[in-house]
Write a protein that binds this ligand. Sequence first.
Ligand SMILES: Cc1cc2nc3c(=O)[nH]c(=O)nc-3n(C[C@H](O)[C@H](O)[C@H](O)COP(=O)(O)O)c2cc1C
Length: 189
Amino acid sequence: MANEQTADRIRFLRLLRQVRNFEPRPVPQEAIDDILEVGRWTGTASNSQKLEVVVVRDRQKLEALSGMGFTYTPPGAPAPVNTAGHIAGAQAAVVIITEGKAEQIEMEAFDEGRLVERIMLAANAHGIGSGIAWLSIEGGRAACRLLGVPEGRRIKTVLSMGYTDAEALRARPKRGRKPLEEFAHIETY
Ligand SMILES: Cc1cc2nc3c(=O)[nH]c(=O)nc-3n(C[C@H](O)[C@H](O)[C@H](O)COP(=O)(O)O)c2cc1C
C-alpha cells in the first residue's frame, strides 16, 4: 500500500502537462539554476553528455524563436497550429542543442527526450509550466545562427517556460489518454 509521500510523487509525475499559455510574471533565476542542475545530471547513452542548452530570456529572441516552428494540424484539432507559437508568450526558453550527427540520430533523440522530460518536471517542481516546441529544419538552422551555436550542431526542441496561465489550461479542450488496458499488456501482447 503506497504511503502519502509515494502517492504525492506519483501524482506529481502523472499530472505533468504541456503548457502553452503563461502569466507575464518572470521566472526567478534560482528556479532556472535548479532546472539546469537537474538537466546536467540527466543520464545520457554511455554517459556521453553531448547535449547542451541555451537559456533565453530576451524578449526579441523569444519572439524570433516562436517564428521558427512549422504549421501542423494535430489529430482532431479544428485548425492548424504553429508548433513554436507559444514561445512568444513565455518568460524563458531552454533551447536544446544536440551534436547533429546523422549516424547517432537515435541516441541523440533518446537523450534529448530524457532531458526534455526532466527539465519539464524540474520546472513543475518549482510550480513553473513548460511546453515543448519543435522547430522546422530551417527554423533549427536559424535558431543556431540567432544563438551563435557552432556550425553542424542541431536544434530541434525548444522548451518554453513560465508560470502557467491556469485559466487557459482549464479552458483547453480535454484530450485525455487511452485506457490502461490499451497501453499496457501483461506477459503477452
Ligand atoms: C516529441 C514531441 C514533440 C512535440 N512538439 C510539440 C510542438 O512542436 N508544439 C507544441 O505545442 N506541442 C508539442 N508537443 C506537446 C504535445 O502536443 C503534448 O505532449 C500532447 O498534446 C499531450 O499534452 P498534455 O500532456 O498536455 O495532455 C510535443 C510533444 C512531444 C512528445
